[in-house]
Design a protein around this ligand. Structure first.
Ligand code: MF3
Ligand code: CO
Length: 271
């Protein structure tokens, strides 16, 4: 396992925050009618304008800058000419390399109103990410993070916790040891030590946990066709309290401003 020095963690914070900044940019422009391919192009341009490289592009042959996963797509969705429509949910997953260090994080947005059930799935999945992060402290094990995420989604809310895909270590490579599953036993797995950087990423289904991969070799969908939500943060293990390197606050501000705009447009339309 690779443990990062203080200076290396600060470099990784810059990488993670560039992803946060890119997601904030995207949050401002989400609305019905725009294509996911146009979002992907903006992401690629924004990253390059900030002296970084979109790390997903060409990773194991992946053909786009970002993964954009709409509704029943769990992760690794291909951007395309499909237009977003009112009531969709969309996970935007972005990776960058800045000064040799990776940032990799994701956020799920609602386009208008996807309904109460799906809004709750988004809320609960995000909560579970933070419950996992709370366990990312020195002395705990990977299984403590995994168990916390599983409990909140599965036992507490009856959601499907995807088994086939997991979080991971992050550093000079996109995927480092250890794997970080979203399900597991308390007190099991590798011990967490100071300076371990993890990408923690719950992938949670409204219905059953079962998924399949499409013919394109990437797009992962729920088998029952129900929606799936994905959130991801980059986190450094510390004593007492984990250090979250990525940041949702500006994304959430943009999301709120955007949804107020949307509500006003509807009200105007009705007037
Ligand atoms: N967040 C995803 C992961 O950690 C993104 C990988 S997509 C890929 O695995 F295109 F780069 F493969
Ligand atoms: Co990841």
């Amino acid at each position: 396992m690779l443990y990062k020095t203080h200076d290396q963690v600060e470099m990784m914070r810059q990488s993670a925050l560039l992803v946060s900044k890119t997601l904030t940019e995207i949050a401002q422009m989400l609305k019905p009618g725009i294509t996911t391919l146009s979002i992907d192009k903006i992401i690629g341009g924004f990253i390059k304008d900030h002296y970084a490289i979109p790390s997903f592009l060409n990773y194991k042959g992946y053909p786009f800058n970002s993964c954009i996963s709409v509704n029943d797509v769990v992760v690794h969705g291909f951007p395309g000419n499909n237009e977003l429509k009112e009531g969709d949910i969309i996970s935007v997953d972005i990776g960058v390399i800045l000064n040799g260090w990776h940032g990799d994080h994701a956020y799920t947005f609602a386009i208008g109103d996807p309904g109460e059930e799906t809004m709750k799935l988004i809320k609960v999945t995000k909560e579970s990410l933070y419950k996992g992060i709370e366990k990312a402290v020195v002395g705990n094990r990977i299984g403590d993070i995994a168990f916390a995420i599983q409990e909140h989604n599965e036992r507490k809310h009856g959601y499907g916790v995807v088994r086939e895909l997991v979080g991971h270590g992050l550093g000079r490579s996109l995927h480092e040891d250890p794997q970080v599953p979203n399900y597991g036993k308390r007190g099991s797995g590798p011990k967490l030590k100071e300076g371990l950087v993890l990408a923690i990423e719950p992938m949670i289904n409204l219905g059953k946990r079962d998924v399949f991969t499409e013919q394109d070799g990437w797009t992962v969908r729920t088998k029952d066709g129900k929606p799936s939500v994905h959130f991801e943060h980059d986190v450094c293990v510390r004593k007492g309290k984990a250090d979250i390197l990525s940041n949702y606050s500006t994304i959430e501000m943009a999301e709120k401003a955007n949804s107020n705009l949307f509500t006003n447009q509807i009200l105007q339309h009705l007037a």
